[in-house]
Ligand binder design. Structure first.
Ligand SMILES: *Cc1c(COP(=O)(O)O)cnc(C)c1O
Length: 381
């Protein structure tokens, strides 16, 4: 990505001056640091960051500046990135399936926390990771809703299997802990409640006192105008239920948000390539680019349209089908977007809340995907 050195007042100023042909992501360090502080001040435990959601170095650096000291890493690449930028930070290796070569890298790097959701992967860890002062966190799943899509389809042991695994972790001399991921963009505090109650049951059935309970990522970012995320309601629920089921000496709580931390620190400005026969809007960015996630978790309605001179379009909203730039017919945003009726070729369509799973999943398919990055004081247009 082309990183511009200048700090712009807001996206409008940048767009008016540069009229970029390629999509541009706008990053607000102050928005990121404010969200990081909201987590650090509000969450009743340790806050870590799921690096996969946005591994841009400016993101990691600003999270460190805000006081964050722990990272959920899933690959040797992410481990090396964090070691280089934050040599003293804690790394939790919470990808429950790993090759032997990947485990060797983690051991070499001194990683002291691993998650697991199967007997075969636990056997690998017991064989390859020295137990001293090392935590193995058993990941379990529940058939509960509340999230934009279900993470339990790939990872997580049933409660019964988790009980057995937890016992085995303790017997092998590792520090026993539990974890879950409620599913991404989870807006329902009661989803965490159900998981925390089950965690207590698993620990009780296993006869194991867990050292830590990692309550996952899944925290929502602001995707719909009328639904700003209520992080504090989720934090309060976690605190109340953990204290109720584990007592005052409850295990240390950890959270590992990705989207909830970085999502609202970025907006993307796409450009209208064509309004085809007054009906279809074609953008220079789409589902092979920074809008990759939209077909999976639904469209973002926090959009604004600027004419190429920076003036806001304010025509009456009309439903439009919106396509990305590639020649693939799946390159289409889900449903229809309500866009100002006076939108024209050359206009900028800005999507807010675009920090997570955007820069990192952008592809070069069909020769598109050249994404600019600009720093702004504020994301307000
Ligand atoms: C992806 C992931 C996260 C972050 O999920 P968000 O929904 O972005 O908060 C946290 N923990 C684990 C283990 C993950 O795989």
């Amino acid at each position: 990505m082309g990183v511009s050195k200048t700090i712009w007042t807001n996206p409008t100023e940048f767009l008016r001056v540069n009229r970029p042909e390629n999509p541009v992501l706008f990053f607000s360090p102050s928005a990121l640091q404010a969200t990081a502080r909201r987590f650090i001040d509000g969450f009743p435990g340790m806050v870590t960051y799921a690096v996969k959601s946005n591994p841009e170095e400016v993101v990691i650096e600003n999270l460190l500046a805000a006081g964050l000291r722990g990272f959920d890493v899933a690959s040797p690449f992410e481990m090396r990135l964090i070691r280089r930028l934050a040599p003293d930070a804690a790394m939790h290796y919470n990808n429950p399936v790993r090759s032997r070569a990947e485990i060797a890298v983690a051991v070499e790097m001194g990683i002291k926390s691993y998650s697991v959701d199967s007997a075969s992967e636990l056997a690998k860890l017991i064989e390859l990771v020295p137990a001293a002062e090392t935590e193995i966190t058993v990941r379990f799943k529940l058939p509960v809703g509340g999230a934009a899509y279900n993470f339990g389809a790939k990872f997580g042991a049933t409660a019964d299997l988790a009980t057995e695994l937890l016992r085995e972790v303790a017997q092998a001399g590792f520090i026993p802990s539990l974890t879950f991921h409620p599913g991404t963009q989870c807006t329902e505090p009661t989803t965490w409640e159900a998981y925390i109650r089950t965690a207590a049951q698993i620990a009780d059935d296993a006869g194991v006192a867990i050292a830590r309970l990692n309550v996952g990522g899944g925290y929502p970012s602001h995707r719909l105008k009328d639904a700003p995320p209520d992080l504090e309601a989720i934090f309060a629920m976690i605190d109340t239920v953990a204290t109720e089921v584990f007592g005052d000496n409850h295990p240390i709580l950890i959270c590992e948000p990705g989207r909830g931390l970085c999502g609202d620190a970025f907006s993307v400005a796409t450009r209208v390539k064509a309004v085809r026969d007054e009906a279809h809007v074609f953008l220079n960015d789409g589902v092979y680019g920074s809008l990759f996630e939209l077909p999976m978790i639904g469209v973002i309605d926090r959009t604004e349209v600027l004419a190429s001179d920076g003036k806001r379009r304010s025509g009456e909203d009309l439903p439009r089908i919106v396509f990305g730039p590639t020649c693939d017919s799946v390159d289409r945003l889900p449903g229809e977007l309500l866009l100002p009726g006076d939108i024209e070729e050359g206009d900028f369509l800005i999507f807010h809340g675009m920090g997570a799973y955007s820069t990192v999943t952008n592809t070069r398919f069909n020769g598109f995907g050249e994404l600019g990055l600009a720093t702004v004081l504020s994301l307000r247009l």
